[in-house]
Design a protein around this ligand. Structure first.
Ligand code: HEC
Length: 141
C-alpha cells in the first residue's frame, strides 16, 4: 500500500501544477520516479521461468535424467556429456561447452542452434527472460 501511494505522488504534483497554472519544469516534479515500477513488478525470476523446463529436466545434484538430461551443473559443462543420456546426433555434433552465449542461443531457438536436436521446445524470445534462466542455471552447482 505504501509503495502505491508513493508512486502516485509525482502524478498528483503534475496535476496540481497544471491546475494552478504555474510554470513547472519536468525536473521539478520528479517525473522520472514513476516509470520503472511496473517493469520490476512483472519481471520473473529464473527459477520461476524454469517451470517451463522442469517437465523434462531435473536440477537435483543426483543428475537424474528425464526426457532431457539432468541440468545440475550444466553451466560450464561440455555439450552433450551426461553419462547414460542418449543425445541426438544434432546436439552431439555441436561440441563445445555450455557457456553463457551457447546456453542463451540454444534456449532462444533450440532447433536453429542445434539442427536435429530432440529438445522439443519452441524457445524463449525475450532476452531478459533468457538471461534470468541462464543465471539461474549457473547457480546449480
Ligand atoms: C519437452 C521436453 C523439454 C523441454 C520443455 C526442455 N527441454 Fe531441454 N532438452 C530436452 C531434450 C530431449 C534434450 C536433449 C537434446 C538432444 O539430445 O538433442 C535437452 C537438452 C537440453 C540442454 C543440453 C544439456 C546437455 O547436457 O548438453 C540444455 C542446456 C537444456 N535442454 C535446457 C533447457 C531449458 C533451459 C529449458 C527451458 C527453457 C528446456 N531445456 C526445456 C528436452 C526438453
Amino acid at each position: 500500500m505504501k509503495a502505491g501511494a508513493f508512486a502516485a505522488l509525482p502524478l498528483l504534483i503534475v496535476l496540481a501544477a497544471c491546475g494552478g497554472g504555474t510554470e513547472t519544469t519536468a525536473s521539478d516534479t520528479g517525473g522520472q520516479a514513476a516509470a520503472p515500477a511496473p517493469a520490476a513488478a512483472v519481471a520473473k525470476s529464473g527459477e520461476d521461468l524454469f517451470k517451463k523446463c522442469a517437465a523434462c529436466h531435473s536440477v537435483t545434484p543426483d543428475g537424474r535424467n528425464g526426457i532431457g538430461p539432468g541440468l545440475h551443473g550444466v553451466s560450464g559443462r561440455a555439450v552433450a556429456s551426461v553419462e547414460g543420456f542418449t543425445y541426438s546426433n544434432g546436439l552431439k555434433a555441436k561440441g563445445g561447452v555450455w557457456d553463457e552465449a551457447n546456453l542463451d542461443a540454444f534456449i532462444a531457438a533450440p532447433v536453429k542452434w542445434a539442427p536435429g536436436t530432440k529438445m522439443m521446445f519452441a524457445g524463449i524470445s525475450d532476452p531478459a527472460e533468457r538471461k534470468a534462466l541462464v543465471d539461474y542455471l549457473a547457480t546449480l552447482k
